[in-house]
Design a protein around this ligand. Structure first.
Ligand SMILES: Cc1cc2nc3c(=O)[nH]c(=O)nc-3n(C[C@H](O)[C@H](O)[C@H](O)COP(=O)(O)O)c2cc1C
Length: 435
């Protein structure tokens, strides 16, 4: 019987993906202090390209050099010349070439961090409204964008997509999930506007829809354009699953080649399978069919309204779970992120039937943190160590791959946590010196 994971997928734009496995976006932190790609990205993506997934999606590439998701981001911002000059473009070309060397697709995820931009990289975050992210005191109050700024950012997304295409990336993904700028416009919690960009769902979705439309127009009909969208923010009063279904309907007419389904944001990091603060949490429905995938039941409902192919990302760790999800018809692609940090060839090994289960370290990481710190720990401390320590752990595995070193799965959580801060703060200092 033919392997369902090995089946090609033809997208509406005419491109065919080689199989049903995708390395989902993971912010690499491997840009330099002028926000340019580096040879470390070439090394990392070369390994991932050889690793067998039909599609690789880059970590978020920022479109605004003043509002980064973290230091170490690559940015493409015409307002900051070093990020778009000849050297920067040549480096993007090398990154794209390494990341496609095995014949797979490589899409650039383009994003604006919005209000989820830490104080140490951004003096003035921006958002739909001035609703501050209340997390560890690490996020300044955002300034509400003016309409002319929103329109300029719509154009910016389109310009960046064209640069990605011209430098050899074979598609783009617009990041409309996880609480970043486009996602924050979708949520009534963060979007309190009363103009054409807030209020009703079509108004809150206007920025995302206009962006996708502008990107599609700019790159042409035959170039893959994807959107990453939350199935739900899992935040009381926030972007709900019903809202998500409405946005999918709005996107149906916009030439989207692949809709990636995720969920949550910094306050509710459900994208990683982690619950946030109880007081404003919306519970995730337990997946009845495939327990390991976080958002599959949501995808079933999305499938009923979506006219574009779907990818579900989050939690997939077994061949059985992936095959059941494809056979059930709720997803066309399987998005996988964390296992690629320790095992860059995980897709090839799945396709070769060398493994049936993906290596997973996240439970071990979180348990360790709980064991050491939770007895008296308030929510913030547990969250800080759990989420940032585990993120740091994955970043450091990617860095090792990027340096051509072996990964270090035995690395401890606390060490990862400390190193994470040290790395990010020193890179942030380098960014400030650049100014
Ligand atoms: C280290 C790390 C970095 C991430 N960076 C991004 C990112 O840049 N853009 C994005 O859309 N999602 C990002 N994610 C979320 C992943 O794409 C994915 O949705 C999540 O990890 C769940 O998939 P998994 O269970 O297979 O890891 C990141 C996740 C991790 C662990």
């Amino acid at each position: 019987m033919s392997d369902p994971l090995a089946q090609p997928l033809r997208l509406p734009c005419g491109t065919t993906l080689g199989n049903r496995l995708c390395k989902a976006a993971m912010t690499e932190g491997l840009g330099d202090s002028r926000l340019r790609a580096t040879s470390r990205l070439d090394q990392l993506y070369g390994a991932w390209s050889d690793g067998g997934a039909g599609l690789l999606i880059t970590g978020n590439v920022m479109i605004d050099h003043r509002v980064l998701e973290r230091p170490g981001n690559v940015a493409i911002d015409p307002g900051f010349a070093p990020s778009v000059d000849d050297t920067a473009r040549e480096r993007l070309r090398r990154w794209a070439s390494a990341g496609t060397r095995a014949g797979n697709a490589l899409w650039m995820q383009i994003s604006h961090a919005g209000r989820q931009s830490p104080r140490y990289v951004t003096r003035q975050p921006v958002g739909p409204s001035d609703v501050q992210l209340d997390l560890l005191g690490n996020y300044a109050r955002p300034r509400a964008l003016r309409e002319d700024e929103i329109l300029a950012l719509v154009r910016r997304f389109a310009d960046v997509a064209v640069i990605a295409r011209d430098c050899g990336f074979t598609g783009v993904q617009v990041h409309g999930a996880h609480g970043y700028l486009l996602s924050s416009f979708l949520s009534p919690v963060t979007n309190r506007r009363s103009d054409a960009w807030g209020g009703s769902l079509p108004n809150r979705a206007r920025f995302l829809v206009e962006t996708v439309r502008a990107v599609r127009k700019a790159v042409g009909a035959d170039f893959p354009v994807s959107v990453k969208l939350n199935s739900d923010d899992f935040r009381k009063g926030g972007f709900s699953h019903a809202d998500c279904l409405g946005v999918v309907e709005l996107l149906n007419g916009e030439g989207v080649d692949l809709l990636e389904i995720s969920g949550g944001n910094y306050e509710q990091p459900r994208l990683l399978g982690i619950a946030g603060r109880d007081v404003d949490a919306v519970q995730v429905r337990p997946s009845t069919r495939v327990r390991e995938a976080y958002f599959l039941d949501y995808a079933a409902a999305i499938r009923r309204v979506a006219r574009m192919p779907l990818m579900v990302t989050g939690g997939f760790r077994s061949r059985e779970g992936m095959e059941a999800a494809l056979a059930g018809g709720d997803t066309d692609l399987i998005g996988i992120a964390r296992p690629f940090c320790t095992h860059p060839d995980v897709a090839r090994r799945l396709l070769a039937r060398e493994i049936d289960t993906l290596p997973a370290f996240e439970d071990r990481l979180h348990l360790r943190a709980r064991g050491r710190l939770s007895p008296a720990s308030p929510w913030l401390l547990a969250k800080m160590v759990n989420v940032l320590g585990a993120q740091g752990w994955y970043y450091q595995q990617m860095e090792r791959l990027a340096d051509g070193r072996r990964v270090d799965p035995r690395r401890g959580m606390l060490r990862s946590f400390v190193r994470y801060w040290w790395n990010d703060l020193s890179k942030a200092a380098a960014l400030r010196r650049r100014e």
